[in-house]
Design a protein around this ligand. Structure first.
Ligand code: HEC
Length: 207
């Protein structure tokens, strides 16, 4: 019996003692950190995509900008993923690139955003704590008229010759017919729980 208690003491030390930070970091601290990092990372990615998109439109026109997005949207997002060791996605139910189709959790966020927009509310951010990851989401609203050139009404907002380019690159495109103010999709960022805890811990130590 004595041995059993010694074993129990060592065993509980092993599970708690080896990883004390897991005990110290609360869910609300994790949510707060994911919100802060998620906003920062998605703003940076959005800015990177937006700046290159606008300069390509100005210098080379819509069809070339379309081809540019086709080739470069993913590599640009990948570069930010590597920089922060996270998984970033632009998910949409009416997507252009089939890789942007939402998974189950992303679909849940999109539906909630759609509901709050329909109810006239301003949609905020979501942070979901899962077993091994923290999932952050933020809405992407179509609130710049430039977007309509490639995501608006085909034949009017989107010139017929540009629509042909879309169809050639994306035969199953679903990403047209949007209006100003519509929900175009979401930013979805997945953090590893362990990485986020480490970031919170190192932030606490340096304070
Ligand atoms: C020059 C044409 C063009 C313009 C202008 C444009 N987009 Fe796109 N958009 C694309 C292309 C092409 C893709 C698919 C990129 C890929 O293959 O990864 C895309 C993909 C997206 C996606 C990812 C989901 C999906 O449908 O695959 C979002 C979100 C998006 N665009 C939002 C916007 C917003 C918001 C604006 C305005 C700021 C905008 N786009 C302006 C061409 C454009």
């Amino acid at each position: 019996m004595k041995h059993f208690f010694t074993f129990l003491a060592i065993f509980s030390l092993m599970i708690t003692g080896c990883n004390p930070s897991k005990e110290r970091v609360s869910d609300s601290q994790m949510k707060e950190k994911a919100m802060e990092e998620g906003n920062r990372i998605t703003m940076e990615t959005q800015q990177l995509l937006g700046t290159t998109l606008k300069s390509t439109i100005q210098e080379q026109g819509i069809p070339e900008a379309m081809r540019y997005c086709n080739l470069n949207a993913y590599p640009l997002v990948d570069s930010i993923e590597r920089k922060y060791s996270v998984i970033i996605k632009r998910a949409s139910t009416r997507f252009r690139n089939p890789q942007d189709a939402p998974d189950e959790e992303e679909l849940k966020f999109i539906e909630a955003y759609q509901d709050s927009l329909t109810a006239g509310k301003t949609p905020g951010v979501f942070v979901e704590i899962n077993e091994k990851e923290i999932h952050f989401a933020r809405p992407i609203l179509l609130n710049d008229a430039v977007c309509l050139n490639c995501h608006g009404q085909a034949g009017s907002d989107i010139a017929p010759e540009n629509y042909q380019v879309i169809k050639a690159l994306y035969p199953d495109d679903k990403a047209t017919g949007y209006k100003m103010g519509d929900l175009r999709g979401i930013w979805s960022v997945r953090f590893s729980k362990d990485d986020l805890i480490k970031a919170i811990d190192s932030g606490n130590e340096s304070r």
